[in-house]
Design a protein around this ligand. Structure first.
Ligand code: 5GP
Length: 191
């Protein structure tokens, strides 16, 4: 998606060999118009996907997931990373190693919001090694739900995420696919 690639070129900052900072439009400050465009693009790409709900992980997946849910008229459920007092014990959990924070997180979804036999679409901000999506996959499996596809705003194709999802036969749509960071420049895959 040209719009996302252009925004990364303009405002993204390469932090080190494998981390891109996009906190001025996606991960901290959020550009609502860009999120709306992203939601429309995911809705177009997943128009033929039958899903009952969208899953994501807090917090950076929520904005693109909500806009996609708005376009597809689907409810959006985000996995929590912290168990709050208001969360009941009746939950699904999975362990996820955080790529950026280098710690293990437990992600949690209330059983009321994911049911056996449901079809789900996963939307997230980044695909790196596939840990976050893997955690949602574990939860979906525990619930008896089926993953129909994964949409990520930014895929870093030089990491293992795509291979991991291929091994699980899960279709991925990435709006911007980065093949390398080269001397401070972001290189995108050709369409
Ligand atoms: P994975 O679980 O696929 O290894 O990493 C995906 C998660 O880690 C995303 O949900 C995202 O929050 C975070 N992440 C991975 N790579 C990057 C990156 O280059 N920049 C930022 N800002 N977050 C990233």
């Amino acid at each position: 998606m040209k719009l996302v690639e252009e925004r990364i070129q303009k405002d993204g900052r390469i932090l080190n060999d494998d981390i891109l900072k996009v906190d001025s439009f996606l991960n901290h400050q959020i550009d609502p118009q860009l999120m709306m465009d992203i939601g429309q693009e995911f809705a177009r790409r997943f128009a033929n996907t039958k899903a009952d709900r969208i899953l994501t992980v807090e917090s950076s997946g929520i904005a693109p997931a909500v806009m996609t849910g708005y376009q597809l008229n689907l409810p959006v459920v985000f996995a929590r990373k912290h168990k709050s007092l208001t969360l009941p014990d009746n939950v699904y959990t999975a362990d996820v190693f955080s790529f950026t924070k280098r710690v293990n997180n437990k992600i949690i979804i209330d059983k009321r919001f994911l049911h056996q036999g449901e079809k789900v679409l996963i939307i997230d901000d980044f695909l790196a090694n596939g840990q976050a999506v893997g955690g949602l996959l574990d939860i979906a499996q525990a619930a008896g739900a089926q993953i129909e596809g994964v949409g990520v705003v930014i895929e870093k194709a030089f990491q293992r995420g795509q291979k991991f999802l291929d091994e699980h036969h899960i279709h991925v749509e990435a709006l911007a696919k980065i093949t390398a960071f080269d001397h401070g420049k972001v290189i995108f895959a050709k369409d």
